[in-house]
Design a protein around this ligand. Structure first.
Ligand SMILES: [Cu+2]
Length: 394
């Protein structure tokens, strides 16, 4: 082969390249570490839970987030939240009904927002949906199954899953510390095939842990967002009747065996944002203005996704949704791993309709993994102009 003709023996070349690689890597890591990363403050890290101020956060249904501060100055706090688990039946697409496991009566569940090193104190209830003050769909009855919660943001006991198993009629209180910052999935995990069953019927959501000093761009400059939307993506596996229509079950337990068969194909029958078809394209109108910065939060508890903002970009993107990593600049599409998240910010520069979607376009347009964002403002011809409208070719 031609390579035998090289004047440098391969081994020498290899050693030279290896040395260059080590030096290059070392310099690079040192530059990034000293330039962007901020070491944790020992006073904050060592702060004791007993000394923390206790606050209660009222959760709201996605795609919106509870009121929150983007930066905090004081010591860590203990943030109390309440979630009720509701087994309910929802028409997720025309003539396709799913008995859902819904944290706080929404699919996906709500997005609690805390800051790194805060504590979360969750009261989780598994009880008859009629008693908890929700307006649930007709046909929903008392809960039938055991549920729990695994917070990917937490540490120990299967993410809290081992300490939160509750039967219908029970409630449990769990406190844990948010030691990592970022957007993290949470989901129900009762064990074995019940784990995916409860997750693909909607038993998942995400929790946002902001850095105490707020978000920073790749240069280390602070980022403030004007709006934040949470895109919780859900894959469903609805069984069919022999005649090809969607099969409907009588309750959450009755649905399970046929749905597990449909899940065994690994091919979702429906993929949606915010729980059902049309949720963020028809039911809820998302709006923004030119000049505003939008924080786009995205999670998928069971399947990968590849987000893209049609007509815009990710100005800064955290592909794994973890804010203590330097964000990537100017991305067109990015990754959400199964059981993970992504976060991105974009400052709108043109008015009009933007589509935030899963850029597996079959998932977006044959299924419904997409959201519309309606943006108002002045059009900028410098960025785009239709120089000549469509006319017939002579
Ligand atoms: Cu569950």
């Amino acid at each position: 082969m031609q390579s035998h003709g090289l004047t440098w023996p391969g081994s020498v070349l290899g050693i030279v390249l290896a040395v260059l690689g080590i030096v290059g890597c070392g310099l690079n890591t040192a530059t990034v570490a000293s330039g962007w990363k901020i070491p944790p403050d020992p006073e904050i890290v060592n702060f004791k839970r007993a000394d923390a101020e206790v606050v209660t956060q009222t959760l709201v249904a996605p795609p919106f987030l509870p009121e929150h501060e983007q930066t905090v100055d004081g010591p860590p706090r203990l943030v109390k939240i309440h979630m009720n688990i509701v087994e309910r039946e929802v028409e997720i697409a025309p003539d396709a009904f799913v008995w859902q496991m819904a944290f706080n009566n929404s699919v996906p569940g709500p997005v609690p927002v805390v800051h790194q090193y805060d504590w979360v104190e969750l009261t989780l209830r598994n009880r008859a949906s009629k008693d908890v003050g929700f307006t649930v769909n007709d046909g929903s009855g008392p809960n039938l199954q055991q549920h729990n919660i695994d917070f990917h943001a937490s540490t120990g006991a299967l993410g809290g899953g081992g300490l939160t198993k509750i039967m219908p009629g029970e409630e449990v209180v769990l406190t844990w510390r948010a030691v990592k910052s970022g957007l993290f999935v949470y989901h129900c995990a009762p064990g074995g095939p019940l784990v995916p069953y409860h997750v693909v019927t909607g038993g998942n959501g995400a929790l946002l842990v902001l850095p105490r000093g707020g978000l920073r761009d790749g240069y280390g400059n602070p980022i403030r967002y004007d709006r934040a939307f949470y895109f919780g993506e859900q894959d469903y596996y609805v069984p069919k009747n022999p005649d090809g229509t969607w099969k409907r079950a009588t309750d959450f337990s009755d649905q399970m065996v046929d749905m597990l068969d449909a899940m065994d194909t690994l091919v979702p029958t429906h993929v949606v944002f915010n729980g059902k078809t049309g949720s963020l394209t028809q039911d809820i109108r998302l709006e923004a203005k030119v000049g505003e910065t939008l924080l786009m939060l995205h999670s998928q508890a069971n399947y990968p996704s590849w987000p893209h903002l049609i007509g815009g970009h990710g100005d800064w993107v955290w592909p794994y949704g973890k804010f203590n990593n330097q964000p990537d600049e100017g991305l067109e599409s990015w990754d959400v791993v199964a059981g993970g998240s992504a976060a991105a910010v974009y400052t709108f520069k043109q008015p009009g309709l933007y589509v935030y979607l899963n850029h597996n376009l079959i998932m977006a347009f044959v299924k419904d993994a997409k959201a519309y964002i309606h943006v108002e403002g002045e059009w900028n011809n410098e960025l785009m102009e239709q120089v000549s409208p469509p006319t017939a070719v002579e």
